[in-house]
Structure formats: structure tokens, C-alpha cells
Write a protein that binds this ligand. Structure first.
Ligand SMILES: Nc1ncnc2c1ncn2[C@@H]1O[C@H](COP(=O)(O)OP(=O)(O)OP(=O)(O)O)[C@@H](O)[C@H]1O
Length: 535
């Protein structure tokens, strides 16, 4: 059938709706440092729009301008539904116009309870007495958690929660304001702490939301998510929108990677898997139990990288914390060459002194002094290692060490004296990893080590961990990202209900890992969206 378009028809066609969000000529300078130049893109009603780019390319700065945390340079234009916003944006106007942003830092107040964090600014008092109806507030909170698919206890301070629960609170807070058919929600790397299952649920909710016409701007480094879930993509490179609103359908992760980096990425897959000798020195963990771990025993041979994974709640991600004395173990021992430690009652300082280093998840929360410099952060871990000489390291050596690690992990900008909180999220993560690698531990315990880092930096961190293992370190990494585990590990242990259920060794592929986790299942929801979206 041939359809001929008539001029008259074109004239009668209603004008397309104004973009939900349009951003044009956005510039931002910090001091003399220009971080955004002429950023221009728009987000249509009812679409999932991905905003991607390397660490430090300016994504979070865009998000912070949208909520009024940063003031853009003069000349920028930002409009919602065709109506310009006064710049700088005021948080109140941004919210009144239907914009909700989940920042990378999640924006939670640790001392406040979950309920207070969730309902802050939304608490409704009785008109007569002004007394807050807490029963109603609790109901509203429970309803929004039910929608998100994960209940979080309402009365505990947010600072005591696990990273996944913190992310859930921040996401729930943004979702509770979404009005069907209106508004825009910006998620800035907010899903990075979600487990696989929670992630699938999250994308299910996004589908529901955008089907009503609400728009979503998703800032992420997980290109798999972009390919599977986003409708269009904008790419920032060095603060410029080098690709603006490109259709995602038909794009591959490799194409996205080369557009993000401006070059093709070398292949990391070529690492030969290590097959350690039977008599190689080893770390032996026997009968570790505590938190979600019922009982687990395993070995890590020298130079080997062993991965731990499973569905959320299977206990795999508790292991590093139990071994490092950060979470209390009920039982078990860990034996490093020449040292046996009982895990019950183990203090973090004992674990550090015995040669262990833990790179936990959630750098702001657990690991970096945000207002201190990069140099202070890296050097602090070094001098805190009690079995090293107690005398402080000479300043010259300290600076050399810091310089070496900044170079090695490609921390940008290379300004050792700048406070960590002026660095982009991914560069903070590099500093965080460097801080512990620099202590040169015998047993390195990692939990989601490349969280929030871009595709190039992820390779750099993976390479650094490979080098550390090759130099004789024992490495244990707990993670939920099958691609990362396949790149990093020589062996992967899959947990189920607190115990090791399966072991993968040899050339392990990401699909092998997913299959082992779900015992035949697959990452359905993300892929299904793309497939049914084609209909
Ligand atoms: N408050 C600040 N003071 C000085 N420089 C800043 C400040 N905030 C951000 N920058 C700089 O702006 C640049 C862009 O940072 P931004 O956080 O927007 O990057 P990003 O693309 O979100 O990175 P990531 O993927 O690592 O989160 C970085 O070079 C960063 O150091």
C-alpha cells in the first residue's frame, strides 16, 4: 500500500507536544574550569532518555543545574513543557513543575529516619491542630515501598541502612511525587546499588511510569541498561553534547562505547585465566557464618581472583565484611599464610593488621573523607595500616605514592591537593579504590569495585586489580555485575540461601554467571522491554 501525504493533511496535523524538558546552550564554569559547553538536548514526554559519558564529562553537573544546586553560566535555556524556567532554578519551582531528581549521592540525611527522609517536605498536618497524622504518613510510605517492591523499616536512621536500602529510599522518594502523564524524573546513577532482581523490578516501574507520559532522564554507566531500556541517548564528551537525542534502537554497546570515549576500547577479554599450582600459597576460609551467610568454606590461591555472586539476600555480599571484621561473624576462621584468625569477635583493626584491605560499596558512606584532599585520603589508609612502620611516612614518599596511584588509575583532574568532593562520582570511586590498593594488602576484599565508573575507567580498575593479583595478592570480589565478574575473575562462587551452591571456573562468560545465579533463568525484564517495545 502506498500512502501519499497531502499538504492539507500536514496542515491539519496537530503540532507535536513540546518536549517535557529542553536544555539548550548550557555552559558551566567552576573558577577557570569550563565543565559544560553548549550542552543541548531534549526529553520527550513518555520516553526514557539516557544521558551518558565518561567520568567527569558533566552529567551530574547537568542534574545539579536542573535542581538548582548549581547556577549555570549566563545564556543557558531550560524549559519544561515549552515554558522556560527562571535560572538559576529554585528547588521549589523545579518541584512544582514536576521535576524530581535522585542525585548520585542519593541526598539522604543519615541521622533522620527512613520515614522522615521519605516524607520530608510532604508531611501533612491537620488543618485545625497542625499535628502531623503519622498513621497516614506511615501508610503513604508503606504504599510507595510496596510499589518499589522492597519494604524498608520506617523507623531506623537512614545512616544504618545497607546501600541497596538507601537507594530504595531515594528512588521511592522521587517516585512518590510522579503524577501520571506529567513530570520528569532524573535518576543520576541511582540504580548502582540495586541487586539484579531489584533492578528488573525498577525497570518494570519505569515502563509503567513512562507509559503514562511521564518522562525519565537516566544517567548511567551501565550501557547494557541503555541498550535494553532507553528510547534515545545523549552523550557528553568533555562537557559537550556530542550526540543529542539519538535513537537507541539498533545501537550496540560497542558503538555507544566508542561514541562515549571517542575511540574504540581495547579488548580486555584476552587475559589468560590463572590456573594456580596445587602447592601455591592460599588463603583458606572455613565455616564463615553471620548476617546472611549460613556457612561457607573456600580457598583463594595466590594470584587468583575469586568472585562471589548470587541474588540479593543470598549472602554473597556479606562475606567481605565478615572477613574484614566490619560485620560481626558468628563463627569461622580465615587463614592467611602464617596467620590464622578467628572471625567471631574480629575487629577491623585486627584484620588490617593481618594484611587485609576492604574496599566496601558506597564510597561516601563508608570510605572517603569528602572534604579532605585526594592525597590525604590515599595517604591516610597507607599510614593507618598498623603492621607497617608506625612512624609516619616521609612527606616526599607520600607524595610520590599518591602521584603513582593518581596516574595508575587515571584520576582526573590530576590535582592531589583538591578536595575529594570537587571530583566527579567516578573519579571519587577511583580514589577510593586507590586508597586501599596503595596499602599493598595480602588479601584484597572488594565489593562492587567499579560502581559508578565509566566504561574506560572500569577497564583501568580491572587492569589494576589484575596486576595486583599477578604480583601475588589474594583477591576476593563480591559483585552483582556479570560482565565485571567475567572480566575480573579466575573463578566465581555462586551463593544461594547463605551457602555456596555452584562454582564456575575456566573461561567463564557473563551468560554462564547469569545462568548459574538463576539456575537457567535470564535477565528477562530488561530484554523483554526492548523486544516488546518493537511491537
Ligand atoms: N563543586 C565543584 N567544584 C569544582 N569542580 C567541580 C565541582 N563539581 C564538579 N566539578 C567538576 O566538573 C566536572 C564534571 O563533573 P560531573 O560530576 O558533572 O561529572 P559526571 O559526568 O557526572 O562524572 P561521573 O560519571 O564520574 O559521576 C569534573 O571535572 C568535576 O571535577
Amino acid at each position: 500500500m502506498t500512502v501519499t501525504r497531502h499538504e492539507g493533511v500536514r496542515a491539519a496535523t496537530p503540532a507535536p507536544p513540546a518536549p517535557r524538558l529542553s536544555v539548550s546552550a548550557l555552559d558551566k564554569t567552576f573558577g577557570s574550569n569550563r565543565v559544560l559547553t553548549d550542552v543541548t538536548f531534549d526529553v520527550a514526554p513518555g520516553e526514557i532518555h539516557a544521558l551518558v559519558g565518561q567520568n567527569g564529562s558533566g552529567k551530574s553537573t547537568v542534574a545539579k543545574i536542573l535542581t538548582g544546586l548549581y547556577t549555570p553560566d549566563p545564556g543557558a535555556q531550560v524549559a519544561i513543557d515549552g515554558v522556560p524556567l527562571q535560572l538559576p532554578v529554585t528547588p521549589q519551582e523545579s518541584r512544582e513543575r514536576g521535576m524530581a531528581v535522585v542525585h548520585q549521592s542519593l541526598g539522604l540525611v543519615d541521622e533522620f529516619t527512613v520515614l522522615e527522609n521519605l516524607r520530608v517536605g510532604r508531611l501533612t498536618g491537620s488543618r485545625l491542630t497542625r499535628r502531623i497524622d503519622w498513621a497516614r504518613e506511615r501508610e503513604a510510605a508503606a504504599a510507595v515501598f510496596a510499589r518499589v517492591g522492597r519494604q524498608v523499616p520506617l523507623d531506623v536512621p537512614v545512616g544504618t541502612l545497607l546501600e541497596e536500602d538507601r537507594a530504595t529510599v531515594a528512588i521511592a522518594r522521587a517516585l512518590q511525587d510522579a503524577q501520571a502523564g506529567a513530570g520528569l524524573i532524573v535518576f543520576d546513577e541511582s540504580t548502582r546499588a540495586l541487586s539484579r532482581r531489584a533492578l528488573e523490578h525498577f525497570f518494570g516501574i519505569l515502563d509503567e511510569i513512562v507509559a503514562t507520559g511521564t518522562a525519565v532522564l537516566m544517567i548511567t554507566h551501565r550501557l547494557e541498561e541503555v541498550v535494553a531500556a532507553a528510547d534515545r541517548v545523549t552523550i557528553l564528551r568533555d562537557g559537550r553534547s556530542v550526540v543529542s537525542g539519538h535513537e537507541v534502537r539498533g545501537m550496540t554497546e560497542a558503538e555507544l562505547t566508542s561514541l562515549i570515549l571517542g575511540r574504540n576500547l581495547g579488548d580486555l577479554d584476552s587475559r589468560e585465566r590463572l590456573v594456580p599450582a596445587d602447592d601455591a600459597p592460599r588463603v583458606t576460609v572455613v565455616g564463615v557464618a553471620g548476617l546472611g551467610v549460613a556457612e561457607a568454606s573456600f580457598e583463594v590461591r595466590q594470584g587468583e581472583i575469586v568472585g562471589l555472586t548470587g541474588v540479593g539476600g543470598s549472602g554473597y555480599d556479606d562475606v567481605p565484611y565478615l572477613l574484614a571484621g566490619v560485620s560481626p561473624a558468628r563463627a569461622g576462621t580465615v587463614s592467611l599464610p602464617g596467620r590464622d584468625l578467628a572471625l567471631a569477635g574480629l575487629r577491623p583493626a585486627d584484620a588490617i593488621a593481618a594484611g587485609m584491605a576492604l574496599v566496601p560499596e558506597g564510597r561516601e558512606h563508608a570510605g572517603l573523607a569528602m572534604t579532605e584532599s585526594v592525597a590525604e585520603n590515599i595517604a591516610f589508609a597507607q599510614t593507618s595500616r598498623a603492621r607497617r612502620p608506625l612512624a609516619p611516612m616521609p612527606r616526599r614518599n607520600e607524595l610520590a605514592l599518591v602521584g603513582e596511584w593518581i596516574d595508575r588509575l587515571g584520576v582526573v583532574p590530576n590535582l592531589p591537593q583538591a578536595p575529594v568532593n570537587t571530583y566527579s562520582g567516578g573519579n571519587q570511586q577511583k580514589v577510593f579504590v586507590a586508597k586501599w590498593l596503595a596499602t599493598d594488602p595480602d588479601l584484597l576484599l572488594l565489593h562492587e569495585p567499579t560502581q559508578a565508573v565509566d566504561v574506560g575507567a572500569r577497564h583501568t580498575i580491572v587492569e589494576a586489580i589484575h596486576e595486583m593479583a599477578a604480583s601475588g595478592m589474594f583477591v576476593l570480589v563480591a559483585g552483582s555485575d556479570e560482565n565485571e565478574l567475567a572480566l575480573l575473575c579466575d573463578r566465581v562462587l555462586v551463593f544461594e540461601e547463605g551457602r555456596i551452591a555452584r562454582e564456575l571456573s575456566g573461561q567463564v562468560t557473563p551468560d554462564d554467571i547469569v545462568e548459574a545465579i538463576y539456575a537457567g533463568g535470564s535477565r528477562g525484564a530488561l530484554r523483554a522491554r526492548r523486544d516488546t517495545g518493537a511491537a
